[in-house]
Write a protein that binds this ligand. Structure first.
Ligand SMILES: CC(C)(COP(=O)(O)OP(=O)(O)OC[C@H]1O[C@@H](n2cnc3c(N)ncnc32)[C@H](O)[C@@H]1OP(=O)(O)O)[C@@H](O)C(=O)NCCC(=O)NCCS
Length: 158
């Protein structure tokens, strides 16, 4: 398995993998291919350096879209995790953890002190995943729960 930066040409694979992964989740995602396509373009434009894909033998396993240019509600520059998903057949094998570690290491390289993300209140599996990775619940906005994690100056284990 290797993790590399996303390229423009990953768009079709992203759309298929996203729709397939989220089809089993009832909420909190785009369901029209056009919207997913625009979402991909938006992620790539926001921060092309923070957008990664995991693949094995040419097969896409998952994506993480992070953004070191983001500012939180208080105007602090944070590493925002806009998106992370792993295709169902590859979930539970540590790939999501590796993708997140890649994004967090990127945030540290950009000297960000905090990682932030928002997760749907009913997406319990993702919440457990973030908690396992050291994120803690840090507020709520409607149906979205905010999670944050301080980014220390250490390197992530690979
Ligand atoms: C959340 C997600 C990215 C996790 O990726 P993953 O590769 O499956 O996660 P990992 O294998 O690295 O698991 C790390 C930890 O997360 C937790 N976890 C992962 N899958 C879990 C599950 N099905 N149920 C409960 N906890 C789970 C476990 O604590 C696990 O640690 P363990 O294996 O030592 O018990 C993946 O499940 C996914 O793509 N979900 C659908 C999309 C989504 O909800 N994305 C987040 C939107 S905010």
């Amino acid at each position: 398995m290797r993790i590399r930066r996303v390229k423009k040409s990953d768009l079709p694979t992203f759309v298929i993998a996203y729709l397939y992964t989220y089809s089993s989740l009832p909420d909190y995602h785009y369901s029209h291919p056009r919207d997913v396509k625009n979402y991909f373009k938006w992620l790539l434009k926001r921060d092309p350096q923070g957008f990664f894909v995991a693949e094995e033998d040419g097969e896409v396993l998952g994506f993480v879209g992070s953004d070191a240019r983001w500012e939180d509600f208080w105007g602090h520059k944070v590493l925002e995790i806009h998106e992370i998903f792993v295709v169902p057949s590859s979930q539970g094998k540590g790939i999501g953890t590796k993708l997140m570690e890649k994004a967090l290491a990127y945030g540290r390289s950009k000297k960000r002190k905090l990682a932030e993300l928002w997760v749907g209140e009913k997406n319990i599996r993702a919440q457990r995943f973030y908690e396992k990775l050291g994120f803690t619940r840090d507020g709520k906005w409607g149906k979205w729960i905010r999670y944050t994690k301080p980014l220390e100056e250490k390197l992530e284990k690979s």
